[in-house]
Design a protein around this ligand. Structure first.
Ligand SMILES: O=P(O)(O)OC[C@H]1O[C@H](OP(=O)(O)OP(=O)(O)O)[C@H](O)[C@@H]1O
Ligand SMILES: NC(=O)CC[C@H](N)C(=O)O
Ligand SMILES: [Mg+2]
Length: 584
């Protein structure tokens, strides 16, 4: 569920805006700006935005009149540096792109690019595929110079090939910005404008969430519609086109449950208000399931910071119980669910949340969380609650049981990793050590969000496949087996944990470090275990990744190897098209 940003005309606020979307992706961050000479300038790598951009020092005075940003939470490929976005292709015209979402027909797209388009794809990223499909369809025009309609026509053809969820922003070198969204509106994208600070006309920004626009002073917004694209040429007003019929307006409900910031409005639905509604309807489910006796026993209602806070306040209000913040969140530890390995997630919960025993001692506690997905947080928290002195522990979830893979941009590939996959709520309560577990039901969750829709609330639908296995797009037979094979928990455990943690703990040899940086698994003898697709990646220790076009001067010198420190810190290499420090 990456975060994407695009800006044109403005004082290139990409860097500032990215910090407002950090909650959407913590693995990699990147910025590409475009100047009027048609040059792109790029800074990206693994790690949080502050680390990659060195608190802004590496991107101060971004050259150009437009820019793209990206925060990555991988759902395809690996966590390799070479998959940090925005991606770039030089032909045709020079295009950079940021993608939020997931393509579910990636193998077919890869084959088309290989066998028919003859385009080399250098990573396992589905976003690189999408960029190349778009580039190839633009190439079909055969023109040396194109206009907005050519772009829309290329997108029309691209939409016929791609299946999945996407919100994308792209730049054509020296020309302008493009934004577009999948035909179901699964992934969010909002466009804002404000009077230009540097003269006449307007500045425009596109972002995954409205909070980025609001904080950067944009006053007028509109959601890009499902299947719609917008083109903003330098010095011009935006031009819109419906490049694919709007098939359904079904935003991913998980944006409201967990992903988005509460101060965002997505597709006209206020996220904070939706979470308040979830709290009130969850309280009804709690009353119905626990009954008057157990309900009377509850002394306090507690949130599990941070996302569930809004809903927990409303649960307490509806049950007429004291709302108590028993856990203190370490503000320097970020989201655990989007960390790349189970071991990191487990460690993350304890490092992030600390109970204050006097709030728990001899109390019957009702814990409220937004969701129970793998059960990592709930298991650990219930244990911590008991260790802190609580008598009884009830656990309530604003989301219904999550029983199926997520296929449009949340990294939940195998249903076997989901705590609710083969368990009913009694078994789940046992598994997490709670006295009882209460889930919101799906109809109530949908109502909590749909009732706020500016469209017809009675007809507002959402993408809810994780709760029921019914997905809004067609899904090929065999896709889930494929997904399990390439991204299932067992695969990831081997690929990411072993090598990455070896690097983190400094116990890796040089070969393991190289492989870790690429997300490739090595056996105990140091031999590479082939990836599912069998395609080796570029070795970042021996050369700068070529994924993103021309490497910066001198970077193909194989003697320029990142230090162990650089790899451990995750800041990676500067793989600039134009080194931002060298621009004229
Ligand atoms: O069952 P699990 O697999 O543990 O996943 C669910 C938990 O993960 C998320 O918290 P996270 O720490 O990512 O973010 P938050 O601080 O926004 O709550 C979410 O809010 C739940 O607490
Ligand atoms: N979470 C996302 O939107 C991920 C985008 C893309 N599929 C990637 O893995 O980089
Ligand atoms: Mg949480």
């Amino acid at each position: 569920m990456c975060g994407i940003i695009a800006v044109i005309h403005a004082d290139l606020e990409v860097h500032e805006a990215l910090y407002l979307l950090q909650h959407r992706g913590q693995d990699a961050a990147g910025i590409v700006s475009g100047d009027s000479r048609g040059r792109f300038h790029q800074c990206k790598g693994n790690g949080m935005a502050s680390r990659v951009f060195q608190d802004g020092a590496r991107v101060a005075d971004l050259p150009g009149f437009m820019g793209l940003g990206h925060l990555r939470y991988p759902t395809a490929g690996s966590s390799a540096n070479s998959e940090a976005q925005p991606f770039y292709v030089n032909s045709p015209y020079g295009i950079a792109m940021s993608h939020n979402g997931n393509l579910i027909n990636a193998p077919a797209l890869r084959e088309h690019l290989d066998k028919e388009a003859h385009r080399h794809i250098n990573t396992e990223s589905d976003s690189e595929l999408m960029l190349n499909i778009f580039a190839n369809e633009l190439n079909v025009t055969g023109k040396a110079r194109i206009n907005a309609n050519d772009c829309f026509a290329a997108l029309e053809r691209m939409y016929k090939r791609c299946v999945g969820g996407w919100a994308c922003v792209a730049m054509l070198a020296g020309f302008g910005l493009i934004g577009f969204r999948d035909p179901y509106g699964i992934r969010p994208l909002v466009l804002g404008s404000k009077p230009s600070e540097c003269g006449t006309g307007k500045d425009y920004m596109m972002a995954s969430e409205s909070v980025a626009l609001v904080q950067c002073g944009y006053k007028t917004f509109q959601d890009i519609l499902p299947g719609q694209a917008v083109f903003i040429e330098k010095g011009e007003e935006p031009v819109f086109s419906q490049v694919h019929p709007l098939l359904k307006y079904t935003p991913d409900i998980f944006e409201y449950v967990y992903f988005a910031r509460p101060d965002s409005v997505i597709d006209g639905i206020d996220v904070d208000e939706s979470r308040r509604n979830m709290g009130f309807t969850l309280a009804e489910a709690i009353k119905a399931q626990l009954g008057p006796e157990k309900l009377a026993e509850i002394d306090v209602v507690m949130p599990i910071p941070e996302t569930s806070i809004t809903s927990a306040i409303c649960v307490a209000e509806a049950l007429d119980k004291p709302y108590v913040q028993g856990f203190v969140k370490n503000r320097y530890i970020f989201r655990t669910f989007i960390m790349p390995s189970q071991k990191l997630r487990q460690k993350g919960v304890r490092a992030k949340l600390n109970p204050m025993p006097k709030k728990f001692k001899d109390k019957n506690v009702l814990l409220v969380d937004d969701s129970i997905v793998r059960g990592t947080t709930s298991r650990e928290i219930v244990l911590m609650t008991r260790e802190a002195g609580a008598k009884k522990v009830y656990f309530a979830s604003c989301a219904p049981p999550i029983t199926n893979a997520h296929i449009y941009g949340i990294d939940l590939a195998s249903s076997s990793e989901l705590i609710a996959h083969h368990r009913d709520s009694t078994a789940i309560a046992k598994h997490i050590g709670a006295d009882d577990v209460v889930y919101q039901n799906l109809e109530d969750l949908i109502r909590a969000c749909a009732s706020l829709s500016p469209r017809n609330p009675a007809e507002q639908e959402f993408e809810v496949g994780v709760f029921c296995g019914k997905y809004v797009t067609p899904v090929d037979d065999g896709y889930f087996e494929h997904l399990e094979k390439v991204r299932g928990e067992s695969k990831k455990k081997k690929v990411v944990e072993k090598a990455r943690e070896a690097v983190m703990h400094g116990v890796a040899d040089q070969k393991q470090i190289r492989m870790a940086a690429k997300g490739v698994e090595v056996d105990q003898h140091g031999n590479v275990i082939p990836t599912a697709s069998g395609s080796p990646e570029w070795d970042p220790l021996n050369s700068t990744s070529l994924t993103n076009g021309t490497a910066k001067a001198g970077s193909l010198d194989s003697s320029r190897r990142p230090s162990l420190e650089e790899l451990r810190s995750g800041s990676g290499q500067d793989i600039s098209l134009h080194n931002l420090n060298d621009h004229p």
